[in-house]
Ligand binder design. Structure first.
Ligand code: MG
Ligand code: MG
Length: 261
């Protein structure tokens, strides 16, 4: 993560972060169009990189701390930070696709977990509840609330359904850097942590496991997987703290139009 300084954004900066965030949504929609059994995550990565560059932006993840690709693609028990490869996706898989772009000096960062063909009702429910948890977390991004209110809302909803909430990886501030202060845990106590002020831009990204919350890292130095090898879901939005009502800057609308949901 970056330094400890919290940068509150001007309206001009928020506009630029919104543009970058919406380009991520558009890119993920292009990826959504291509996802089906037989397609590899490396093919998805190429589609994303072309879409990002066609819009005059740069992939935000490519080269970040040495990351080799434009997307993080995390299949089934992989939680986050999976490296695209040439293994074909199979019917019944899920794949978390996390995408970052940098445009006009500002980042956007958003993720969506896709079903490949038909998936089991159990995993379908995991995706639904993880997305709901994200929504509940976003709704807490209101001036006067505290950072712990976000994590509390996410954790309460996920654990109510018996799922494990990953602790080791967290959301973050976003702006000129991909990862800025503060950290945004997906668990927490109501009323704890720093107070939220208008202009704070956060990436909120619950990682929710079907089984236990414990994770480990593969020897590739990137991929995080569940310790019990059960599936994990991940959804991420960028949001700006406002007075009275949070404003989500990224969008799943283009993705879900493609998916027909
Ligand atoms: Mg992300
Ligand atoms: Mg992020």
């Amino acid at each position: 993560m970056g330094g400890q300084t919290i940068y509150y954004k001007t309206e001009e900066e928020i506009d630029l972060i919104r543009e970058s965030s919406l380009l991520v949504g558009k890119t993920l929609a292009e990826v959504a169009r291509a996802i089906k059994p037989g397609v590899s995550t490396l093919q998805l990565d190429k589609i994303a990189e072309i879409c990002i560059r066609d819009h005059g932006a740069e992939p935000g993840f490519l080269g970040y701390n040495g990351f080799p690709n434009s997307l993080c693609t995390s299949v089934n028990a992989q939680v986050v930070h999976g490296i695209p490869n040439d293994i074909p996706l199979q019917e019944g898989d899920i794949v978390s696709v996390d995408c970052g772009v940098k445009m006009n000096g500002y980042y956007g960062d958003s993720a969506y977990t896709f079903a490949v063909g038909e998936i089991s009702p159990e995993v379908k429910q995991l995706l639904k509840v993880t997305k709901e948890s994200l929504q509940l977390g976003l709704e807490q991004a209101i001036a006067g609330n505290r950072i712990g209110d976000i994590g509390f809302a996410i954790q309460e909803h996920a654990e109510k359904h018996g799922y494990g909430v990953v602790r080791e990886l967290v959301g973050h501030g976003l702006g000129r850097s991909l990862h800025e202060a503060p950290e945004v845990p997906n668990y927490g106590k109501r009323g704890s942590g720093i107070r939220l002020r208008e202009g704070l831009v956060l990436a909120i990204e619950p990682m929710i496991n079907l089984g236990q919350r414990n994770v480990k890292q593969l020897k590739d130095g990137w991929t995080i997987i569940t310790a019990d090898k059960l599936p994990s879901a991940h959804f991420e939005h960028d949001v700006v703290v406002r007075n009275g009502k949070a404003e989500v800057l990224s969008s799943f609308a283009m993705i879900e139009e493609v998916l027909g949901v």
